[in-house]
Design a protein around this ligand. Structure first.
Ligand code: ADP
Ligand code: ADP
Length: 228
């Protein structure tokens, strides 16, 4: 069975005077263990799609289902990792950031939460920095913490929105390698968004290429009979 079904999903933003079509009738399925990449140029609707899968935005048309159930709100079964370096709580240490996510979601508490946190902090090679605060870490290290926090929740699916886009080229390549090593032999399911073709090819097992102009495609499709 598919884990995630995105079925004819159109996503529109209402601005003051017009509608912006971010995605138009997008469909795809993600199976358990997939490393699925949404690839496309800036503005093609990748982040918007990921937000909708995360439950932060409702489809204008179509449906998104996780394990067969419609997605209606965010949940700890879908953890997000963002591009920004400031997604960690600055007043909490590396370990506290991971523990907080586990406890706030009700996943684990106390000693069990600390042990789970330490396991994933070790997996991203940050054991030495477990008691450090985010502002003392480099950009790459902060992204590792965000990845550890997302994975420690052991979500059904990890949603990654250009997690390495703000890193320098060398760090980005190193992080891609680390991520692949991290996933090797596991059944982690990942939906990964990027505008970079090399990155998509490197981290993805399956790639969906999104059109840069969903709105224009819509106009064309409406004038002819809509093909499936
Ligand atoms: P990508 O992640 O591929 O760069 P986005 O999902 O961010 O694309 O954006 C898709 C389209 O939706 C773009 O045309 C963008 O300008 C528009 N958009 C994104 N966020 C908003 C918003 N909050 N309000 C209005 N339009 C938006
Ligand atoms: P960047 O993102 O700046 O390229 P990385 O995250 O790849 O840096 O870190 C490179 C290495 O430098 C890390 O493996 C780490 O050991 C070391 N390092 C980075 N920041 C610090 C820090 N604040 N304290 C100690 N060592 C650090």
């Amino acid at each position: 069975h598919p884990l995630l079904e995105v079925d004819g999903v159109t996503l529109r933003y209402k601005t003051r005077d017009h509608l912006v079509t971010a995605t138009y009738r997008v469909s795809f399925r993600v199976f358990p263990g997939d490393r699925f990449v949404l690839l496309g140029p800036s503005g093609c609707g990748k982040s918007t799609l990921l937000k909708a899968v995360g439950g932060y935005m409702a489809p204008t048309e179509g449906e998104i289902r996780l394990k067969g159930r419609p997605v209606t709100q965010p949940g700890p079964d879908r953890m997000m990792v963002f591009q920004e370096f400031d997604q960690l709580l600055p007043w909490k240490t590396v370990r506290q950031n991971v523990v907080f996510a586990l406890e706030a979601s009700g996943r684990l508490t106390g000693k069990a939460a600390r042990e789970r946190a330490d396991l994933y902090i070790d997996k991203v090679h940050l054991t030495r920095f477990a008691d450090s605060y985010p502002h003392t870490l480099s950009g790459g290290m902060k992204q590792r913490v965000a990845i550890a926090r997302g994975m420690a929740m052991e979500p059904d699916i990890l949603l990654m929105d250009e997690p390495f886009a703000a890193l320098d080229a060398l760090t980005r390549r190193r992080m891609q390698d680390e991520l692949l090593a991290l996933w090797e032999g596991t059944r982690f399911t990942v939906l990964f968004v990027t505008h970079s073709i090399p990155e998509a090819i490197k981290v993805g097992a399956r790639i969906l290429l999104l059109s840069p102009h969903p709105g224009e495609v819509k106009a064309e499709l409406n004038s002819a009979d809509t093909p499936e």
